[in-house]
Write a protein that binds this ligand. Structure first.
Ligand code: FAD
Length: 737
């Protein structure tokens, strides 16, 4: 282990428990959410863990065991978490945090189980977000679990957007699913013909209803829409064959075929008839956008749960690694500490743990933000509707003024009297939350699942050969592979979305405030790595600005929609920074609130110290990524000078140098890129590239490098804690059959 002595510093004695997490993720005052966590955990570590242990993941088919899991969700209240109390639920108000917590708990054991519970919500989400009042009441009531004494099965749903190749994927503007008018009698509701083939549709084995995206194939219907299909509608409701998944096998997935007649009232959000044409209130993209911006957050949290769930099994494995061997007698370091005697496995576990903390903090921050955004969005819609504005360009135009006011607010001093008025403006509140959500949501999905899948590989590797067996405690190999599905579904195109939203004026104004916020935190909590992070954020912002105005060697613009080689990596870098920021904010929250909590206050100083060290470690990683990516983009598109006449003009010739040496002794030793009298030159690509236009970048990058000071001390200290922290005697759910 490291040589630094940390005897004066408080040490975390046990793994962070529920009381700590409730404060960090801000549901310590939400008894309803605590109940949900507890019941979801019961199902996860009971029913679900037993199914995985019994090998239920080895079948692609929908089995009685998997079906029993859905019933366990119903009984435990997980299914009802999406519903309002009037629809059979128990949580009042927005439910983004609630669903995220439930998904987190289920994915702690199995991602497929989490997906199975979320898929029905995903099917309901288009109706919830954009449905008419009748549609919302009908489907949410039917999908609510039965009340005591009620004898009925809850309806389950599937969401069908993706289609067989070539028109697959969630961002597609082209749908091959078709909608036409089957019958339309004067004065009656039109009957529509739906032809849709789905691909990879979750929950299809047992779905009673499907929300399907379709395009008009009839001049009497305008554009596209999402339409609700029921299993008993006249025609073909073929669930198709089960997908041969290598992942998430506890959920059902298949390629269904629908050829059905449905009344036009099934168009999500309703329709109007204009000049004899059915005009859906919302096209399919508008519905999907509203759905995915919320549902992608729990998916990101599923991967976060996997990373954090790996900590305890890995610690146990590392400690017990040599027990039973000849040379490892009880009491010996080899017996007690196992592989944890070595620095590298500890450091790698610290990296996995830090990434899990950051991912959880980012995801839960996004979930809470959507809870705050939901009522603001309703208020915004009401205000604009009163002005006769509903969606589209008119809305964008109307909100433009609020955006200016929001930017103005962010630039005001704390004591400026104008603040009160701007802060109280609901449209300003909306555009602020919206700008943040438009970045946090894709960042959560992108970073948590993408980087999370990489780090799950690291977690698996820490278990040696055991890691890639079915017997591995914590089902780590399953989780590694499952993480990749979480990165894939609901669309792998978050980077594209981020490249647009992260350049918005309101977001950038927020971001500048966050840099100041991190510096302020660093002044009283230097050990969190907040200063490192602030420097990295500054470098990222400088780079974005530079790239938006710079051109490449051929004079082409660098930052634009088609240039994904520039814009996507910059979105990746931002996601690292945002995750690190959320992680730091959560540790501060714990420190501030923990003392007044009777359970969390126990050993609080040690827990805060450890979690701060993880923040510092993670901030250093994030800074490194931002620095690497930014440097590549700032310099990588310039042409390297070559040894030709034109470009070596600025190099010294050997004869010139010798002459100068007489008046400036030592210059010969300093000069590089010297051209010999016969035109010979040093063996390299060309004269070293200059720093024209990027001196400021190098200044910021060099500052950032020195800001890494202390981060490895923090990592050593975290590793030391990992080698000592107490863990329960046995895993809290069965490992294998
Ligand atoms: C197990 C499982 C369950 C699923 N459940 C459902 C469900 O319930 N309902 C449903 O509708 N769908 C579902 N899907 C489909 C899923 O949403 C899609 O597979 C996913 O959106 C990826 O689309 P794709 O497979 O067409 O990949 P592609 O879109 O072909 O992506 C391939 C690669 O190309 C990249 N790429 C694609 N487009 C762009 C672009 N414009 N710019 C840059 N890069 C790009 C992607 O990042 C990716 O790396 C499920 C899929 C699976 C595997």
């Amino acid at each position: 282990m490291g040589t630094v002595v940390f005897s004066e510093i408080p040490v975390m004695l046990t793994l962070p428990g529920d009381a700590v997490r409730q404060i960090q993720w801000r549901f310590a005052d939400r008894f309803d959410l605590q109940m949900l966590v507890s019941s979801a955990r019961g199902v996860a570590r009971g029913t679900v863990a037993r199914l995985v242990s019994a090998g239920e993941r080895n079948s692609h088919e929908w089995t009685p065991g998997k079906n029993a899991m859905l019933e366990a969700f119903d009984s435990a209240g997980v299914t009802a978490a999406f519903m309002e109390p009037s629809e059979g639920g128990f949580i009042v108000g927005p439910k983004n945090l609630a669903l995220s917590l439930a998904a987190f708990e289920l994915a702690w054991v199995d991602g497929g189980a989490a997906t199975a519970s979320l898929a029905s919500f995903l099917a309901l989400a288009p109706i919830h977000e954009r449905g008419t009042r009748e549609q919302v009441t009908r489907y949410k009531t039917l999908a609510a679990p039965p009340q005591p004494g009620e004898n009925r099965q809850p309806w389950r749903g599937a969401f069908a957007l993706t289609e067989p190749i070539p028109y697959v994927g969630v961002d597609t503007g082209m749908l091959s699913g078709k909608l036409s008018v089957a019958e339309w009698n004067e004065g009656e509701e039109p009957i529509l013909q739906v032809d849709k083939r789905g691909r990879f549709i979750t929950g299809i084995a047992f779905a009673n209803f499907v929300t399907a995206a379709v395009n008009s194939a009839d001049p009497r219907i305008k554009g596209s829409c999402v339409v609700i299909l029921e299993e008993n509608d006249p025609g073909l409701f073929d669930r198709g064959t089960a997908t041969k998944k290598l992942v998430h096998q506890l959920s059902s997935t298949g390629d269904p075929v629908f050829n059905l007649k449905v009344p036009a009232s099934r168009i999500v959000g309703g329709y109007a008839v204009r000049d004899g044409v059915i005009v859906p209130t919302y096209n399919h993209s508008e519905v999907i956008e509203a759905v995915f911006r919320r549902t992608r957050v729990p998916v990101g949290l599923m991967t976060a749960a996997k990373l954090l769930s790996a900590v305890e099994p890995v610690i146990r494995y590392q400690r017990q690694r040599f027990r039973g061997a000849e040379g490892a007698k009880p009491g010996s370091i080899r017996y007690e500490q196992g592989i944890q005697q070595r620095e590298d496995p500890l450091h790698r576990l610290v990296d996995v743990w830090a990434a899990g903390e950051a991912a959880a903090s980012l995801g839960f921050a996004a979930a809470r933000l959507f809870d705050a955004l939901d009522p603001l969005e309703k208020q915004k819609n009401a205000i604009l509707a009163a002005r006769g504005i509903q969606g589209g360009r008119a809305e964008m135009k109307a909100l433009r003024e609020s955006e200016q006011r929001a930017v103005e607010l962010l630039g005001l001093k704390a004591n400026d009297p104008h603040r009160v008025e701007l802060e109280a403006d609901p449209l300003v509140q909306f555009v602020l939350a919206d700008a943040e959500a438009n970045v946090l949501c894709p960042a959560t999905k992108l970073w948590n699942t993408g980087h999370g899948a990489n780090m799950m590989r690291e977690a698996v590797s820490l278990m040696g050969g055991y890691g890639i067996t079915e017997d591995c405690p914590g089902f780590l190999a399953n989780k590694w592979m499952d993480a990749q599905l979480e990165a894939t579904y609901e669309g792998p195109v978050q980077r594209r979305q981020l490249t647009v939203t992260m350049t918005g004026e309101v977001f950038l104004a927020l971001f500048r405030g966050w840099i100041r916020e991190m510096r302020a935190i660093a002044s009283h909590h230097p050990g969190t790595g907040a200063c490192t992070l602030a420097s990295a954020m500054h470098l990222w912002l400088w780079t974005l600005n530079h790239l938006q105005n710079a051109t490449d060697a051929a004079g082409n613009k660098l930052y634009h929609g088609q240039r994904q080689g520039v814009t996507f990596p910059l979105a990746d870098a931002l996601s690292w920074l945002l995750a690190s920021r959320s992680q730091i904010l959560d540790v501060l929250e714990l420190e501030q609130r923990g003392q007044s909590d009777p359970v969390a206050s126990e050993g609080l100083a040690g827990t805060v110290q450890f979690l701060s060290d993880l923040c510092h470690t993670q901030a250093a990683h994030a800074a490194g990524e931002a620095s690497r990516i930014s440097a590549e983009l700032v310099f990588g598109y310039n042409a390297h000078p070559s040894w030709d006449e034109q470009e070596h003009r600025n190099c010294f010739s050997r004869a010139e140098l010798e002459e100068l040496e007489e008046t400036m002794p030592g210059i010969c030793a300093m000069a590089v890129d010297v051209i010999a009298s016969d035109g010979g030159h040093p063996q390299k690509a060309g004269p070293c590239a200059g720093r024209a236009g990027s001196a400021e970048f190098l200044r910021l990058q060099s500052k950032l490098t020195t800001c890494l000071t202390g981060s490895r001390v923090a990592k050593d200290r975290a590793a030391e804690t990992v080698s000592r922290v107490a863990i329960p005697e046995a895993l809290d759910y069965p490992a294998a059959g």
